[in-house]
Design a protein around this ligand. Structure first.
Ligand SMILES: Nc1ncnc2c1ncn2[C@@H]1O[C@H](COP(=O)(O)OP(=O)(O)OP(=O)(O)O)[C@@H](O)[C@H]1O
Length: 249
């Protein structure tokens, strides 16, 4: 959606000229290192290359694009996991949570302890998280495993618990990375229904990263197609998804 269209709407997310760069150390063989007289060299990779967009409050933005196009990097930047290398992100004072497998859990802690930790990292008070803990455990269906370290969980149990925490401790902005396709059939159905009811709240803004074109077309108001760290197209789901499908043939 372009910025003029949004002039009269309340904006929940503003992303302007966002750049995210990964820095890693390039390693050489010992011989090469000696020859170069330098053991390591910095290597950089620009995963998000100057992206700008806005999401009006209450809207559902879907992000798609081929593997490695920068979708997860951008979502993590929105969640505050990465600081921008250039440009900025403004969430206009809204609370935000990121639902992505493997993010934010401490593997040595039990499921119950991770609920408390995640909740407090999301900015909720200890008292509030405690008041919701039974509901979270019930929804997750992990049963007696809740008092075991999450390192003992299967990947399905792990994602069920992660989903339940974010789904029960609701925030103004929910960022969802591919989780709609995890868990067993029963949980998948239950989480999809829960997600639909969460996003039907007109005050909630949602960003979903997915490769599932049917999920995206069913749930989203707008689709952002990312390609090599840039926006290839943004707009009506029908139009953008059709172009994307053609492109991926
Ligand atoms: N920690 C890292 N260090 C260096 N490069 C990284 C790192 N994480 C990701 N990248 C690179 O950044 C680019 C974007 O990765 P990202 O995970 O955001 O893509 P994606 O669109 O979410 O991919 P997918 O659809 O496979 O999940 C990729 O080329 C990837 O190799």
């Amino acid at each position: 959606m372009n910025m003029e269209e949004n002039e009269n709407q309340e904006i929940a997310i503003t992303v302007k000229d966002l750049k995210i760069v990964y820095r890693s150390l390039k390693t050489y063989s010992l011989k090469k290192s000696l020859l170069r007289l330098k053991k390591v060299e910095k290597q950089t990779f620009e995963a998000v290359k100057g992206v700008s967009f806005e999401v009006p409050k209450g809207q559902i933005l879907g992000i798609t694009g081929k593997n490695g196009s920068g979708k997860s990097t951008m979502l993590r930047a929105l969640a505050g996991v990465f600081a921008p290398d250039a440009g900025y992100i403004d969430l206009h004072g809204n609370s935000v949570s990121l639902l992505a497998i493997g993010v934010g859990f401490n593997k040595a802690l039990t499921g119950r302890e991770n609920i408390m930790l995640s909740g407090m990292l999301l900015g909720f008070t200890e008292e509030f998280v405690r008041s919701k803990i039974d509901e979270i455990i019930e929804f997750s269906g992990v049963g007696k495993f809740i008092d075991m370290p999450v390192s003992t969980y299967s990947s399905g149990m792990f994602s069920k618990l992660a989903f339940s925490i974010t789904a029960i401790l609701e925030t103004d902005i929910m960022l969802i990375d591919e989780v709609l396709s995890v868990g067993d059939v029963k949980f998948k159905k239950k989480s999809y229904q829960k997600m639909k009811s969460l996003i039907s709240n007109k005050d909630r803004t949602v960003v979903i990263v997915s490769h599932s074109l049917s999920t995206l077309s069913e749930l989203c108001d707008t689709i952002l197609w990312m390609h090599e760290g840039e926006i290839k197209e943004i707009g009506e789901p029908k139009v953008v998804l059709e172009h994307y499908k053609e492109f991926m043939k």
